[in-house]
Design a protein around this ligand. Structure first.
Ligand SMILES: Nc1ncnc2c1ncn2[C@@H]1O[C@H](COP(=O)(O)OP(=O)(O)OP(=O)(O)O)[C@@H](O)[C@H]1O
Ligand SMILES: [Mg+2]
Length: 226
């Protein structure tokens, strides 16, 4: 469903992604792991056409991902939850969800409320006054308002208490089980290897592992990979 073919990215002459090729199949849940600066965020951004000067090809359901046209790519069903709590801080929770769903007629609000009841309970609260974890859940809810076929998440568990991390991972499992393909970038390796069936490890912009999460989790030298 999502295919990278020989994708290269350089920033100021420095290679950030080197010859990245992989395919994500419909319904898969894939983890992208790697140390700080390994190129994970850049890799995700290529999926929505948000990296100027990327070479090689990224395609979604057989059609090229158009560079520079994030909006168009999102309308085709590619949802990205960027790193950090990306919400409109001055708007209420309900308004945030409304804005996110503007271009997706039919609405997914009921589904989002069913998955995250806290968003319905706090509908009239200003988003900037939500806790960090609640803002992360709101950002996730907002991405679902576009009814994506593939959901790309950039470190959704960062800054969350362990119990909330479990909740977020459980929600992602439900989203994946209900048919949405999931690609998740994470630093929380143990929790992510439990969620994703496949893992890709980046090191300095190169793929150094692409295989079953179970296989990676079993490695005795697991931590040397990061
Ligand atoms: N717009 C940019 N201009 C110049 N360099 C950039 C730009 N964006 C990213 N980089 C560099 O590219 C490298 C990869 O960055 P990227 O954000 O993809 O890493 P990451 O794996 O997501 O790291 P982290 O785990 O810290 O989020 C880093 O060295 C970063 O400084
Ligand atoms: Mg990043």
């Amino acid at each position: 469903m999502l295919t990278y073919s020989n994708v290269n990215v350089n920033y100021g002459g420095l290679p950030v992604l080197r010859d990245i090729s992989f395919k994500v199949e419909e319904g898969e849940c894939v983890a992208i792991l790697g140390h700080n600066g390994a190129g994970k965020t850049t890799l995700l951004k290529c999926s929505v056409g948000d990296v100027e000067g990327a070479t090689g090809a990224v395609s979604y359901r057989g059609e090229p991902v158009v560079r520079g046209a994030v909006f168009m790519n999102s309308r085709r069903g590619i949802g990205l939850v960027p790193q950090g709590h990306n919400v409109f801080r001055q708007l209420t929770v309900r308004q945030n969800l409304g804005v996110a769903g503007l271009n997706s007629p039919g609405g997914a609000l009921d589904d989002v409320y069913r998955l995250f009841p806290v968003l319905e309970q706090r509908g009239s609260q200003i988003a900037g006054s939500l806790s960090g974890g609640q803002q992360q859940i709101l950002a996730l809810g907002m991405s679902l308002m576009t009814k994506p076929s593939i959901l790309l998440l950039d470190e959704p568990s960062t800054g969350l208490a362990p119990v909330i991390v479990n909740d977020v991972m459980d929600s992602l499992r439900q989203i994946n089980n209900s048919g949405t393909t999931v690609v998740i970038v994470e630093q929380n390796i143990p929790a992510t290897l439990k969620l994703a069936s496949r893992a890709i490890v980046l090191k300095a912009g190169r793929t150094v592992f692409d295989g079953a999460s179970r296989e990676l989790a079993r490695k005795e030298d697991l931590w040397t990979w990061f």
